[in-house]
Write a protein that binds this ligand. Structure first.
Ligand SMILES: Nc1nc2c(ncn2[C@@H]2O[C@H](COP(=O)(O)OP(=O)(O)OP(=O)(O)O)[C@@H](O)[C@H]2O)c(=O)[nH]1
Ligand SMILES: [Mg+2]
Length: 250
């Protein structure tokens, strides 16, 4: 079971227009500082925030109650002039949790009207979260022969393929920076990882490594996913044959 909280800036589009046309630098600074604060507030509560198109944020919020969300809203209201809505959903698959959150907002199902919180909440639970951390093998050596922008183009093409592939498995992919991607996964996605790695090897000649982490909250799952990825590197660097996928649970 995954609980997702989707934060969106309220009335952002019309408000940006009020800044005039010399606004892009200001919007970029605002979005970056908003992301910093949101990641800080949620990670302190053992969640992890995934940046979605810069003005929207997906939080894997397993274990978080309505009171926790209200506390975060109060903090954000103190720090920023703008308001954010939070849509919460939970389901067996990450994609369905996103649908529930969407439905809650669309149908104006309020969990708390004063703080613009919509949807359905599971709160305290001991269901598990699975995160897959993907990384390109030896991107550094490619960068020696491919220019920075061409490298970006390759990474974004990979992102598009990964998002499409894992959406078909009802899972959600996010780009984390560099050559790193994380998938908020269900069992179906985990079972298809080797197929995806093989597909990308055949189509694009890119080798991917994948660390998987399973835990009761997102931050622990991400920690274990990254630890799994680092374990693949350690096995490789010790000269032994490395696995392409490694999984840890707690
Ligand atoms: N978001 C995120 N970015 C990372 C992480 N580790 C590295 N990076 C980024 O990824 C880039 C590439 O680093 P690596 O993946 O370690 O380099 P590599 O040459 O591909 O080496 P291997 O992955 O070990 O084969 C770095 O410049 C960072 O920008 C991480 O844990 N999270
Ligand atoms: Mg890499």
């Amino acid at each position: 079971m995954i609980q997702l909280s989707i934060l969106k800036i309220s009335g952002y589009g019309p408000w940006t227009l009020t800044l005039g046309s010399d606004r892009e630098h200001a919007l970029q600074m605002l979005q970056a500082s908003l992301y910093q604060e949101i990641q800080k507030l949620f990670s302190e509560k053992n969640c992890l925030v995934f940046l979605n198109r810069a003005d929207e944020f997906f939080v894997v919020s397993n274990g978080l109650t309505l009171e926790d969300h209200i506390e975060i809203q109060k903090n954000l209201e103190n720090s920023f002039d703008m308001r954010l809505s939070i849509s919460i959903g939970y389901a067996d698959s990450p994609f369905d949790a996103n649908l529930k959150a969407y439905e809650g907002k669309k149908n104006e199902i309020f969990l708390n009207k004063e703080f613009s919180i919509f949807g359905f909440i599971n709160g305290h639970s001991d269901h598990k979260v699975s995160i897959m951390h993907f990384d390109v093998e030896n991107l550094t050596s490619r960068r020696k022969i491919i220019s920075p922008y061409e490298t970006t183009s390759i990474i974004f093409n990979l992102y598009a393929k990964m998002s499409k592939f894992f959406l078909q498995k009802n899972s959600l992919t996010f780009f984390m920076g560099g050559d790193n991607f994380m998938v908020v996964a269900n069992d179906e996605a985990k079972q298809s990882v080797k197929n995806f790695i093989e597909l990308i090897k055949n189509e694009d000649n890119i080798t991917l490594n994948c660390g998987i982490g399973n835990a009761k909250n997102a931050r622990d799952a991400v920690k274990l996913a990254t630890k799994s990825l680092d374990t693949i590197r350690e096995i490789r660097d010790s000269g032994k044959e490395k696995p392409t996928v490694y999984e840890l649970s707690c």
